[in-house]
Design a protein around this ligand. Structure first.
Ligand code: BGC
Length: 888
């Protein structure tokens, strides 16, 4: 199947062909293919590149085409998955071959024999291009993990101490290997957080592993390739455990300290070593481990970490360390019986942010400014006498006297004493020269760090560094324009989005760190246009399934320790169960999340139907933190109920459940009719009292009868103009106001609103120095004043949808067909949006040149676009390729 590269290049002379040259020739073959017009690239398994520790029995394999030709297309594909890496490179048939499938699909589930645990599978895809010419990808791989909880050999261990004990425990075990190591994998699951060390070095660069789940229902394990960290002979494994959400010692209004799963942190580890002779040995956690308390004398995911460097035990995680004084561990039950792979992008220290300035107040007080608001940690480097206490108080703003002010973020904290100050790390020096501290098991939201020392120390601007932490999802979009405020809003939106992505979407990184459902569905499109977030959302929807009650009810924050089933969990918030899977489907063309959540969406909708047989519901919070006007809760909640039922009906159809599709379509119609009967004045096209949220939400979510759309849109435009071209909405209205205008002939007005720089607007925050989005419109509001909230973040998606005009087509999701309808709005001379879709880069770019507009766009290979240009009533169907239009 694989042909040798042609020798025209003169690189390979047939006379010299030998075995080693053959291997090189194959490598070269993939290299030369890069020059071929169509190359399958970007191979992924479960939406990750070369992942380790995959538990999915039928992992999803996907790829893209690199083919810049007009009309580039895939006519057919053939997949080959095998454990034989050399064989697969040479085209030998073994393992699973899909056979040549006449299809343009680029996302295919593995369909071969049952996958074995602990096994590396190599795979490649061959595609046939638009002319029927074949082309092979490079070889990619995925490796299975335990695949079944029964494959664990280790014991769950803990130090058995009380949940109230503050210091974090160390665990260690020394062992010897006698044979030459071929490869080694560490599998580690934990209740709480862990850092894993081998022979004195931390394994991997993840932070805050494992991701937060409802520990008593689902526990995640992480896989590492530790081959290079092991040696033949003596080795030592060290594990440091943190509390995370598992053992929440800080007290706040959500009662995580009373979570049903709460216990002293625990872990289970299997380290599987494969020797050169083919034999396998598994080093496991068990009774032969020892434990001691670490220098982390306190750690709270919510507040901070305290570290006493005088308690360090150098070499604690190395083989020759004397652990005679360490305690025995205890064996305990697993936090849950459901231990599954963490198959997602991990949290990392993604960006290093040097301090922008230091304000030395006196010899013992220094205030650092990072110049921007982030989620993450600070790291300090300092020298001082043993016992010196350094306190690092983190916050988003300053008092007039230049000291850190936490009053906007500590409102819900309920400390019981003064030992756990909010967002304040405490570092006690050992006195041994330059010392560095960065918390292991905590992150914060901040821009400023107020450093105080119990005795004079010397600090410079360089002594403190910030690290922006978040789930390290690849960027998937970019926006730029000739309006700097617009570009800054986009950047700030992404900063808030990422600051609120820690293995689950949160509301804010400081005051709560809660998985507020409403905030997350509002931000889903902003997230997906800008970042490759599918793995995080698939995990979070599994968290939803863990939390859902048998009657369908979901809590308002997910995960939760129990709080949130009573407050804030109406359909305006917990519609995440339907809205998030539907958007993942639209952006990735991947149905799995809909299949996995179908019954859950149904149970959820059925519950509301039982509670609200009329079709209208008053269950919800309504348009949260509005500028001045608030629409009735029944209005907005019924809209979300309608949206969920509509998604359910579409999903049922998609999954071939016709009876459900019919039933839920009928229910959607019933809700719509009830809604319009109550809130619509047909003669005038007015909804409710004509507030911005009432008019825009009805339009955006599809409640308005077709024949009235123009009237309603005109009413909305008049309302906005009467509001001086500014928003008057809350959380729910921010989702709809700009979209409803630009989708209904009012794009210029939408842009006016989006680009305002006076109160109330996104630009108002920016001109006042914001680098993230805020929780409230006035910058001097008295409550709801976090400075890093994503809940008003829909504007980040609107740029793509309205100015770039780029939307997924529900009939051909995953941008198989791109809907393109750019708006060349008055007041803007240039705009460009790019999005990395499953098929490749979509680009939509326009520029005013004199009196005309030059519009250029790129449709990725194997996809098409339906282009609707302003002023034209006919849409054009475009094949893959790059186009330019000169529009007079
Ligand atoms: C959170 C919001 C959330 C809201 C629900 C707040 O405390 O920060 O973002 O959606 O509560 O009411």
């Amino acid at each position: 199947m694989i042909s040798l590269p042609s020798c025209k290049s003169g690189i390979i002379k047939p006379a010299f062909l030998s075995a080693s040259i053959l291997v090189k020739a194959f490598l070269l073959s993939s290299f030369l293919q890069a020059a071929s017009p169509c190359v399958p690239v970007g191979l992924q398994c479960e939406h990750l590149t070369n992942p380790l520790g995959i538990d999915a029995p039928a992992p999803r394999l996907s790829w893209r085409l690199e083919d810049s030709r007009r009309g580039a297309r895939q006519m057919a594909y053939q997949l080959h998955v095998s454990t034989d890496s050399a064989g697969i490179s040479q085209g030998k048939v073994s393992g699973w071959q899909s056979g040549k499938v006449m299809s343009d699909g680029q996302l295919v589930a593995y369909g071969g024999k049952t996958l074995q645990p602990f096994t590396k599978y190599f795979w490649r895809v061959e595609v046939w291009d638009k002319d029927g010419k074949p082309s092979l990808s490079a070889v990619s791989s995925f490796e299975t993990g335990l695949m079944n909880s029964r494959n664990w050999q280790g014991f769950w261990i803990s130090d058995g101490d009380n949940v109230a004990l503050k210091p974090a425990p160390y665990f260690r075990k020394a062992f010897e290997t006698k044979k030459k190591i071929k490869s080694a994998r560490a599998y580690i699951a934990a209740g709480g957080l862990y850092e894993l060390y081998l022979n004195g070095r931390k394994v991997g660069n993840h932070r805050l592993d494992p991701m937060y789940t409802r520990f008593d229902r689902r526990t995640l394990y992480v896989t590492y390739d530790v081959t290079s960290q092991l040696q033949t002979g003596k080795n030592a494994i060290g594990v440091l455990l943190g509390n995370g959400w598992y053992n929440h010692q800080s007290t706040a209004v959500w009662f995580f300290d009373k979570a049903p799963w709460r216990a002293r942190p625990t872990f289970c580890l299997d380290m599987r070593i494969t020797y050169e002779d083919g034999s396998v040995e598994t080093i496991t956690s068990g009774k032969d481990w020892k434990t001691a308390l670490s220098p982390i004398v306190f750690n709270s995911i919510y507040t901070a970490e305290h570290y006493d460097a005088r308690l360090e035990q150098p070499g604690w995680n190395t083989a020759n360390f004397d652990d005679a004084n360490w305690k025995e561990v205890i064996l305990r039950a697993a936090p849950s019986t459901n231990i599954v792979a963490q198959a997602m992008h991990p949290i990392r220290n993604v960006e290093t942010i040097p301090a922008k300035s230091i304000n030395k107040v006196n010899d013992t007080v220094f205030v650092y400014d990072l110049g921007r608001t982030i989620a993450g940690v600070s790291q300090i480097r300092v020298k001082g006498p043993a016992g010196t206490i350094i306190r690092l108080k983190h916050g988003e703003r300053l008092y007039k006297n230049g000291r850190v002010d936490q009053s906007n973020i500590d409102a819900h904290y309920r400390p019981t004493d003064t030992t756990d100050p909010f967002q304040t790390d405490i570092f006690i020096l050992s006195g041994k020269g330059d010392e560095t501290f960065m918390p292991h098991f905590n992150y914060k939201g901040f821009q400023y760090v107020d450093v105080t020392s119990s005795q004079p120390v010397e600090l410079t601007k360089e002594s403190l560094t910030g690290y922006f932490m978040h789930s390290d999802v690849p960027a998937a979009g970019h926006v730029e324009s000739d309006n700097p405020t617009l570009d800054k809003i986009w950047w700030a939106t992404n900063n808030s989005y990422l600051s609120n992505l820690f293995g689950y979407p949160t509301d804010c990184p400081q005051r709560e760190k809660n998985g507020w459902t409403g905030d997350a569905h509002i931000a889903i499109e902003t997230g997906l246009y800008n970042f490759d977030g599918i793995t995080i959302y698939e995990k979070w929807l599994a968290d939803h399934r863990d939390e859902q009650q048998p009657n369908g009810v979901l809590p308002s924050i997910i995960p939760t320790g129990g709080w949130g089933y009573e407050w804030g969990n109406g359909p305006d918030w917990t519609s995440t169960i339907a809205i998030i899977p539907w958007n993942i489907y639209l952006f990735y063309g991947d149905k799995k999340i809909l299949v996995d959540n179908y019954d859950n969406i149904k149970r959820y909708v059925d519950h509301i139907n039982e509670q609200s047989p009329s079709g209208l519901t008053t269950w919800g919070l309504g348009d949260w933190v509005p500028v001045k006007s608030k629409s009735p809760v029944e209005f907005t909640s019924s809209i979300y109920y309608f949206t969920d039922v509509s998604i359910l009906a579409k999903t049922a159809k998609l999954l071939g459940k016709q009876a459900d599709a019919d039933m839920y379509s009928a229910l959607a119609t019933k809700i719509k009719n009830a809604f319009n009967a109550k809130f619509l004045t047909k003669e005038t096209g007015m909804y409710g009292t004509g507030l911005q949220t009432e008019l825009s939400a009805s339009l955006h979510w599809g409640l308005v009868p077709d024949e009235l759309k123009r009237k309603v849109a005109a009413n909305l435009a008049n309302r906005v103009i009467a509001d001086n071209n500014h928003i008057d909405v809350g959380l729910l209205g921010t989702k709809t106001i700009l979209n409803a205008l630009s989708d209904n002939g009012q794009a210029d007005l939408a842009y006016k609103v989006a680009s305002q720089e006076t109160f109330p607007s996104w630009g108002w925050w920016i001109v006042n120095g914001a680098t993230t989005l805020y929780e409230n419109w006035p910058i001097d509001a008295k409550s709801d004043i976090s400075m890093n909230h994503i809940m008003f973040g829909e504007i980040g998606a609107w740029y793509y949808k309205a100015l770039g005009g780029m939307k997924p087509d529900p009939a051909q999701p995953g941008f198989k067909n791109v809907l393109l309808a750019p708006h060349f709005v008055t007041g803007l001379d240039h705009f460009e949006a790019t999005h990395e879709s499953p098929y490749g880069t979509i680009r939509s770019s326009w520029k005013r040149v004199g009196k005309s507009v030059v519009y250029s766009l790129t449709v990725p290979p194997n996809s098409t676009a339906t282009l609707s240009l302003p002023g034209s009533t006919v849409a054009q169907l475009l094949q893959a390729g790059t186009y330019q239009f000169d529009l007079k």
